[in-house]
Design a protein around this ligand. Structure first.
Ligand SMILES: [Zn+2]
Length: 442
C-alpha cells in the first residue's frame, strides 16, 4: 500500500508532498510523491492530508473507561479509594472485556497505536485478548496489590506474582510480538516490599518483560511511602530494584534532586500525564528539567476517570502549555520536543525497536490525519498544528504493523457502535465496594 500526503517522518523531517510504501508489516520506502509513484506504480493507494507515525500512550488505564465521569473534583487518594478501586473491584469478566474494548476503540479512533497499559487485578486475560484481536501494539500488565487494598482486589503476594508469571507465559510476545508484558505493581502504597522485589525478579527472569508503576504523583502518596519506608518514593523504588532501563514510572511529579539523579543515572523512563495531574490537582511534573537531564519522557492520558479522554493529541497540547506557564517561559517544550515525547520516546519506554518514526525498515504504525478544517487554516506549520491544534477526531486512518485498524474514519476491526451500546448499558454498583475500600484507605 502507498500512503501519500504531507509526511511527518519524525519531529525534524517533513516531506511536504510525500509518500510511504508499506509492504507486509514494514515500511518499504519513504520519499517524495514523484519518487514513490515512479518506483511503485501499481500499489494500492490512499491519500490523507498528513501521514505521521502512530502515537504512543505512555501510561493509560484502558479498563477504567467505564468510570469516565464518576470521580470529578477529588484528589488522588480519595479518587482512588472512594471511586476507582470500588469500580475495578465491581467489574466482572464480561464488563472488563467491554471496558477494554471501549478503551482500545478510543485509542484506535484517536491515533494511539502503542499503549503502555495498566490493567486491573482480575480478568487481565480479557484485555490481552481484546488488544491483540483489535490489532494494537503495547505492553500490558495485570495490577499487583497485596496490601491496603479492598477485598476483590487484595491478593496474597505469592498468588499475585504467580498469576503474573502465568500471564507472562501466555501473552508476552504474543500476536506477532505486538503484545508484550509489563509487570504492574499499582504503586508503593499498595504493595509490600516482597511484592516489589518479586516484580524485579520476575522481570529479570523473562527477556523483554518491563516494569510499569505509578510513582510520586501526589504529596499524600509520597508522605505515606515516607512513613512506611523512611525514604522518598523514587529512592524506595530504587532500593527494591524498580528503576532501570526496563522501568516506566508514571507521573514523577514530586521528586527532589537525589531522585532526579536516580532517574537519570539508571535510565528509568518517565511518563508525564498532564491532564490527569491537572484534574486531580496533583501538581506539575518537572519534565523540562527531566528532558534537559537526558531522562526519557513519554506522554500518557492516564485513565478516563481522571482525564476524561484517551485522546493523545490533547496531552501534547497540555504538556507543552503547562511547562510554559510553570516556567513563565514560552521557549520551553517546543512542538518538536513534545512530538518526540508522544512518539519515539514512548516507543523507547515501551521497549519496541523500529517504532515511533516513519523510516525504511521500521514497523508500519502510521496515521492519516485530515486538516481540511477551519481550526487548521491556514496551515503555516504542520508540527505546530499537530501539537497545539489537532484533535484525535482528526485521525481518519490508523495502521499498526501494516494492518489497517481504521480507514476513512471507520474502525474496521470492531463494531464501534455495538461497543458503545454495551458500555452504555453497564450499571456500576459501587456502594458496597466503596465501604470496603474506605476501611483500607491510608
Ligand atoms: Zn495511572
Amino acid at each position: 500500500m502507498i500512503l501519500s500526503g504531507t509526511v511527518i517522518a519524525d519531529s525534524s523531517t517533513v516531506i511536504s508532498d510525500g509518500g510511504v510504501v508499506i509492504v507486509g508489516s514494514e515500511i518499504e520506502a519513504v520519499g517524495t510523491r514523484e519518487e514513490i509513484f515512479d518506483t511503485y506504480p501499481n500499489h494500492e493507494h490512499k491519500e490523507y492530508d498528513i501521514i505521521m507515525p502512530g502515537l504512543v500512550g505512555g501510561h493509560i488505564h484502558s479498563v477504567q473507561s467505564l468510570g469516565r465521569g464518576i470521580a470529578d473534583d477529588t484528589e488522588l487518594l480519595d479518587w482512588l479509594f472512594d471511586y476507582i478501586l470500588p469500580m475495578e473491584a465491581s467489574l466482572t469478566e464480561k464488563s472488563m472485556e467491554i471496558a477494554a474494548k471501549l478503551g482500545y476503540l478510543e485509542l484506535i479512533e484517536t491515533g494511539t497505536t502503542t499503549a503502555i497499559d495498566h490493567l486491573s487485578v482480575a480478568h487481565a486475560d480479557r484485555a490481552f485478548e481484546v488488544a491483540g484481536e483489535m490489532g494494537l501494539r503495547g505492553i500490558f500488565g495485570k495490577v499487583l496489590m497485596d496490601r491496603r487494598s479492598p477485598d476483590g482486589l487484595l491478593e496474597d503476594t505469592d498468588q499475585a506474582l504467580n498469576e503474573t508469571k502465568r500471564l507472562i507465559q501466555k501473552y508476552h510476545r504474543s500476536y506477532d510480538d505486538r503484545i508484550r508484558y509489563a509487570i504492574t505493581p499499582r504503586f508503593a502504597v499498595s504493595c509490600t516490599e516482597e511484592c516489589l522485589r518479586g516484580a524485579r525478579e520476575l522481570a529479570d527472569e523473562h527477556d523483554g518483560v518491563r516494569i510499569h508503576t505509578h510513582a510520586s504523583e501526589n504529596r499524600s502518596e509520597i508522605e505515606t511511602v515516607e512513613e512506611d519506608t523512611g525514604m522518598r518514593n523514587i529512592q524506595w523504588l530504587d532500593e527494591v530494584g524498580l528503576t532501570g532501563e526496563d522501568v516506566v514510572l508514571a507521573h514523577c511529579v514530586w521528586t527532589d534532586e537525589s531522585e532526579r539523579e536516580i532517574l537519570a543515572n539508571t535510565g528509568t523512563h518517565v511518563t508525564h500525564c498532564p491532564s490527569s495531574n491537572m484534574k486531580l490537582a496533583s501538581g506539575i511534573a518537572p519534565i523540562w528539567d527531566y528532558h534537559n537531564r537526558g531522562i526519557n519522557v513519554a506522554l500518557g492520558n492516564d485513565g478516563p476517570p481522571c482525564n476524561n479522554t484517551l485522546d493523545a493529541f490533547t496531552e501534547m497540547r497540555q504538556a507543552s502549555l503547562l511547562q510554559k506557564v510553570d516556567k513563565l517561559n514560552p521557549t520551553v517544550t517546543p512542538a518538536e520536543v513534545i512530538f518526540d515525547m508522544a512518539t519515539i520516546n514512548g516507543a523507547k519506554a515501551a521497549g519496541f525497536d523500529r517504532v515511533g518514526k516513519i523510516r525504511e525498515g521500521w514497523r508500519a504504525d502510521i496515521l492519516g490525519v485530515q486538516t481540511d478544517l477551519t481550526r487548521a487554516t491556514p496551515l503555516h506549520d504542520v508540527l505546530s498544528h499537530l501539537v497545539f491544534g489537532a484533535h484525535g477526531d482528526d485521525v481518519a486512518f490508523t495502521m499498526v504493523d501494516g494492518n489497517v485498524l481504521m480507514e476513512d474514519g471507520e474502525v474496521t476491526v470492531a463494531d464501534a457502535k455495538e461497543i458503545r451500546r454495551q458500555a452504555h448499558n453497564i450499571e456500576l454498583d459501587l456502594e458496597e465496594a466503596r465501604e470496603i475500600s474506605q476501611e483500607v484507605k491510608p
